[in-house]
Write a protein that binds this ligand. Sequence first.
Ligand code: BMP
Length: 453
Amino acid sequence: MQNKRDFFLECYDLGIIKFGQFTLKSGIQSPFYVDLRPLASDPKILKSLAEHLLSLTEIQNSELICGVPYAALPMATAMSLQADIPLIIKRKEAKAYGTKKLIEGIYKAGQKCLVVEDVITSGKSLLETIPKIESEGVKVSEIVVVLDREQGGKQLLENQGYKVSALFTISEAVEILHQEGKINADEVLRIKDFIAGNPIKFEKKRRLTYQQKLETAAHPAAKKLLEIAIEKQTNLIASADLLTTKELLAFAEKVGPHIAALKTHIDILSDFSFDETIYPLRNLAQKHNFLLMEDRKFADIGSTQEMQYAYGAYQISAWADLITAHLIAGEKSADLFMDTGVVAILSMSSVGALTDDHYFGKAVEIAQKHHNILGGVSQKSLPEDLLHFTPGINLETSGDGKGQQYNTPHFAFQNLGTDFIIVGRGIYKNPNPEQAALEYKIAGWKAYEESAK
Ligand code: BMP
């Protein structure tokens, strides 16, 4: 591969950077203008560019390549041919007819995608593109750009947890051109001044701390959960998806010290009884100071839910501090859940979940209004007045082969702004659940602290 400096000079000869006075899209006056489109018109350069860009990536971690339209499309195509990795295309606008798809090509939810961009300035076009790719279930594994104008965009994306590599920075380019006598010292100074004085302003969104959330929390169960989180320094909810009372109680005893709540699917137990299951479980909850969250996912009309909640073998209302409920039956269906804190299912972690943006938006509106609802289960960011619970967390794997999709605690806090992570198999399938719970507790707390900085 040709060295980077010689390669840059060849690219420069195609007229990709112009010096003078230019008005940018934002209205700002800039002493230089970058247009990388000419690179695609020289097959030899385009081929080398693809090689250089690929060398910056950990390409083995990506299963797809996508270029931000339009300038990066030929670059992404050349990289795809060279690395033998399928290309997908993000449309600028969704088609108004036919499939109405935003992403074209062959891909599966859960696949990881390398995103290619020509120039990064504020990061705005990438920030528009990434959610469109991710809303199809495709994960952005990393981002590679040809030229970084050093005006804040790269940092903005990195603050959101993305790995961004740039082949050239504008400072590097200016340095090379100065050494080669292509621009004079005055021009260098003007450009450096511009870079130093005109960064595009951005603010890192800082999350509310648990203490701040506690001060405004209205529901007693939300208050209790936040108090426990602060006291035990944990945002971990262990999902105890176990089939016998013996296993459930042994698990609760082991992980109890490290969790804020224990999530149950009480109807999967083969030997449930109040005496053998619930009383000992409540004692453990008291001993280790955690809440019980029954993941019943109520999804019926209010009157039926009332019976499911208070009657039957499980009498959930008698022992659960928190329950989960869909809001598919509308706002009134949540009226009956007395003092139990309701965690609404707002969007789900599995591939192809039907909780699309419209459903999600309506469900969030209900959740924010309803006094029984203290928060939601979600894979998307939530308003700060709702506690955010995120399942689909695993440090080791990205899926279970049955539709579940996993993220890391870091991703959940950094990118989704979550409050509580829910971990099932990552802990209960581990040969040492106690140790695993401690690891997730530490990872979750570290991720929280980083996102609150
Ligand atoms: P696991 O970490 O083993 O995949 O378990 C996740 C737990 O969270 C399961 O109990 C599942 O029912 C629940 N859950 C989920 O995985 N995704 C959702 O969107 C909502 C859930 O409640």
